[in-house]
Design a protein around this ligand. Structure first.
Ligand code: NAD
Ligand code: TDX
Length: 346
């Protein structure tokens, strides 16, 4: 299949592009605007491959998208381009609406006009909102609570409207928290691993008892490919790792893997509107033959090893744009800590 993957220089997109080109033999055009989390190094190994093209550009650039779809005779589109960090969405919500809603809309409309055969919108379990008990099912009403998840929910609904209105064959995947190599170190696991490697504090929000379901990036990418190829048009598919953990337990496991003391953990002021828990019911994609294959223990260890062995990937990031972001996001929080206890003992 000739596939346009957007956001293929980012974390999930880069693993996905490699899988589609090398493992599955598809022809892939990777369209990425190289925003702060987009990194050419993530797919450098594919440059020059006969079945791969990288294009630096924005999904909201309608003439560019139009010409790429024609020129490469694109049959499938996977939209993995997005603004993705909840904390940044609280500071700059407009950029999230611009890419995750408007950009998605432009991509959808061009794909429909080009009569693309299948369109997959990569979305997130966050669109269901905080789930105090039980598991979110695909037909649940959406209740996003951050500018990030609200923008993603807008993208989902716009995508699904193209099936209802035009019978344009779209699918939506809703993945849970994903981890693995090449994840930008603003996100929880890579931030905590790289901070710990430098003996820097790990800023754990609130009481650290929020729960996330961790999904290995290779399992997420396998699910995305399966949905693109075998999903039913107009349908939504939850994709979870089956590894629900409290944040504090993950932080402590990372420290144990790194041989660092628990005293590095600092409880800091919580994220505004912090969702307490996400959990997705995955029976629908299980029926399509997909199951997660990576155990959390093995996946976490492999991820920690990767960051340990690839300082040349993350050190330039952490000393660049990221520094100002980290200062603004964490300096005051770390200084103040939380009144009751500012660390979790050793
Ligand atoms: P990421 O931030 O690592 O990558 C996003 C990529 O999109 C970057 O390369 C960036 O340059 C690119 N991009 C941003 N705006 C663009 C635009 N306007 N045009 C073209 N490219 C643009 O994010 P990620 O974690 O790899 O997430 C990929 C997708 O998966 C997103 O849609 C995200 O919502 C979804 N998702 C992520 C997770 C997770 O835990 N990481 C979980 C579920 C779903
Ligand atoms: O410094 C931190 N301290 C902390 O306690 C950071 C960055 C995070 N956290 C907590 C917040 C969350 O409960 O860790 C948990 C995970 O945080 P993130 O890595 O920011 O992920 P989350 O907000 O859960 O969203 C992620 O999963 C769904 C991705 O960023 C999204 O792109 C995806 O859609």
């Amino acid at each position: 299949m000739n596939i346009l993957v957007t956001g293929g220089a980012g974390f999930i997109g880069s693993h996905l592009v490699r899988r589609l080109v090398v493992q599955s033999g598809h022809y892939v055009v990777n369209l990425d605007a190289l925003k702060y989390s987009g990194n050419r190094a993530n797919t450098q190994d594919l440059d020059g491959h006969a079945r791969y093209r990288f294009v630096h550009g924005d999904i909201a650039d309608q003439p560019l998208v139009h010409s790429l779809l024609q020129e490469h005779e694109i049959e499938g589109v996977i939209n993995a381009a997005a603004e993705t960090h909840v904390d940044r969405s609280i500071v700059d919500p407009g950029s999230f609406a611009k890419t995750d809603v408007v950009g998605t809309g432009i991509l959808l409309e061009e794909a429909r006009r080009a009569r693309v055969k299948r369109f997959l919108q990569v979305s997130t379990d966050e669109v269901y909102g905080s789930v105090e008990a039980g598991m979110s099912r695909e037909e649940d009403v959406l209740a996003p609570r951050s500018p990030y998840s609200a923008s993603k929910a807008g993208g989902d609904l716009l995508t699904l409207s193209y099936w209802t209105t035009y019978r344009f064959p779209v699918m939506v995947s809703r993945g849970s928290n994903t981890y693995g190599p090449n994840q930008y170190p603003e996100k929880f696991i890579p931030l905590f691993v790289t901070n710990a490697l430098d003996d820097q504090p790990l800023p754990l929000y609130g009481d650290g008892r929020q729960r996330r379901d961790w999904l290995a990036v290779e399992d997420h990418c396998a699910a995305i490919e399966r949905i693109l190829l075998n999903g039913e048009p107009g349908e939504v598919y939850n994709v979870g790792g089956g590894n629900e953990r409290e944040n504090i337990a993950v932080a402590e496991r990372l420290l144990a893997l790194l041989g660092k003391p628990k005293s590095l953990v600092r409880l800091v002021e919580d994220r505004p509107g912090h969702d307490r828990r996400y959990a997705v019911d995955c029976r629908k994609i299980n029926r399509m033959g997909w199951q997660p294959t990576v155990s959390f223990d093995a996946g976490l260890k492999a991820t920690v090893d990767w960051y340990r062995q690839n300082e040349s990937w993350w050190r330039p990031i952490k000393s660049g744009e990221f520094r100002a972001y980290y200062e603004a996001m964490y300096a005051q929080r770390l200084k103040e800590g939380l009144s009751a206890s500012s660390s979790c003992g050793s």
